[in-house]
Structure formats: structure tokens, C-alpha cells
Design a protein. Structure first.
Length: 262
């Protein structure tokens, strides 16, 4: 196949996928009875309502100390869930990895736990745990913890499996113990990627904690839900702005740490 034929083939493939996506969009709209053009037509009205109602006023600024307290609670809960989830995910990834796994049964168990906890959304975990623990910080923490374990286990597994085998085989040849191999050959290679995944998980958990807080009645999510239900849109705007600023600051800090360690 010459170059001209290959270019023509790629063009036809691109056209096919564009038509396929367009067709799927139209079919989905028809099935759900969603009118795309009506939705686009309402955007100006929606934007006008947002700019006329979601304004930060002097009265809403008086609630700033309470909002910051709830925001700090959310951030600390997210960090706690991530760090404790990291410890569990690390040992599960060691059991599940082909490089460091010691038992096939333990490997299957570790991958099964990671799959279940990762594929069930954090919001669903919050609703499940809500039935047992009620509306409190523990429920929110556990929901974020379970989600963190699933995601980080999968990420750590891939990092460990991609590590170079030469250092592992060299230590095995010298008669090194299992933990010496793990902490002297595997972890040093994977540590930058692991730290990057942990930082990403903290950012994700802070975003998820807002929605989880609405369900569990904790943190900044509770403040948002409270002000929204009482139609205090000025306070809602301040809560939203505070969340955005907090997420941006944490993301900038994470990016800086990634540049330093990688």
C-alpha cells in the first residue's frame, strides 16, 4: 500500500468516525427526548440569571469564616482519606503486581478489591455507607478512602509492573530478602510516579468531597447545600468561589511538587 492510498484510507476512517459520533449524538438525543437547539437557546437566559443572582455581597462575606472552616474540614478529610488509602493501596499493589506478588491467590484478591472499589463511584459509596454510619464525617471519610484505595491500587500496580527488572533480579541473585528487594529496587523506581498519583488523588478527593458532603452533611458540601436550600444565592456564590480558589491553589502546589520530584 503506497503513501497516497494510506492517506486516503485515514481520511475515510476519520470521516466514518465523525459520522458515527454525530449519528450517536442524534440517536441519544432522540431516545432521551433532549432538544439540543432548545438547550443552546436557553444558555443566554441561564447566563443572565447566574450573573444577576450569584453575586458576592457584603452580607455574604460575613459568613466567610464559617465557610473557610468548612472548607478546611473538607481539605483535611480529603488528605486523610488519600494518605490512609495510599498505605492500603501500596500493600495491595505489592500483592497484585507480577513483579512483587508472592501468591497468585493474593494477587487475584488485590486486583478484585481494587476493581470493586474503583468501579463503584464515590457518591454511590457515600450512599451505601450512609445507611450504616449516618450523616457524619466518618461516612464522608470512608467513601473517599474506598475510592482512593481502588484508584491508587490500580495506579501503583501499573507503576510497579513497568519498573525495570534488572535491579530486582540483581538483588535476588545476591540473596536479598523480599522487603529489601521492594524498598531498594522497586520503590526507588516507582516513587516519583506514586507521589504524582497521590497528589492527583488529593485534588480529585477535594472535588469529590464537596458532593459527598452534600450527602453526608459535612464540610463545604453541607454549607453549599444549606445556603442553596435557603435560597441564599449570594452565600452560594461565595462557597463556589472559595472551592474554586482552593482547588486552583492545591493544583498549583501539586504541579510544583511534580516538577521538583520528576
Amino acid at each position: 500500500m503506497n503513501e497516497k492510498t494510506m492517506k486516503a484510507s485515514r481520511k475515510w476512517q476519520t470521516l466514518f468516525f465523525v459520522v458515527l459520533i454525530f449519528g450517536m449524538t442524534l440517536a441519544s438525543s432522540a431516545i432521551t427526548e433532549f432538544n439540543i437547539f432548545h438547550g443552546l437557546a436557553t444558555l443566554p437566559k441561564a447566563g443572565a440569571w447566574i450573573f444577576s443572582n450569584l453575586l458576592i455581597t457584603q452580607e455574604s462575606l460575613e459568613r466567610l469564616p464559617t465557610i473557610l472552616e468548612k472548607l478546611l474540614e473538607t481539605i483535611l478529610m480529603s488528605i486523610a482519606a488519600t494518605t490512609t488509602g495510599t498505605a492500603v493501596a501500596f500493600f495491595l499493589s505489592l500483592m497484585g503486581s507480577k513483579t512483587t506478588g508472592t501468591s497468585k491467590a493474593l494477587g487475584v484478591f488485590a486486583r478484585f478489591v481494587a476493581s470493586v472499589s474503583r468501579n463503584i463511584p464515590v457518591v454511590a459509596w457515600a450512599l451505601i455507607l450512609l445507611l450504616s454510619f449516618g450523616q457524619n464525617s466518618m461516612t464522608g471519610y470512608l467513601a473517599l478512602f474506598v475510592g482512593s484505595v481502588g484508584f491508587l491500587t490500580r495506579a501503583f500496580l501499573e507503576s510497579i509492573d513497568e519498573a525495570s527488572q534488572s535491579a530486582v533480579e540483581a538483588l535476588r541473585a545476591t540473596g536479598a530478602t523480599y522487603f529489601q528487594i521492594v524498598f531498594k529496587a522497586v520503590v526507588p523506581q516507582c516513587l516519583p510516579q506514586m507521589i504524582s498519583w497521590i497528589l492527583f488523588m488529593i485534588e480529585t478527593n477535594i472535588r469529590s468531597a464537596t458532593l459527598v458532603g452534600i450527602l453526608t452533611g459535612t464540610g463545604i458540601g453541607y454549607a453549599f447545600d444549606l445556603y442553596y436550600k435557603t435560597l441564599n444565592y449570594n452565600a452560594v456564590a461565595l462557597v463556589t468561589f472559595s472551592i474554586i480558589i482552593a482547588v486552583i491553589i492545591i493544583e498549583l502546589m501539586s504541579n510544583y511538587i511534580r516538577k521538583v520530584i520528576i
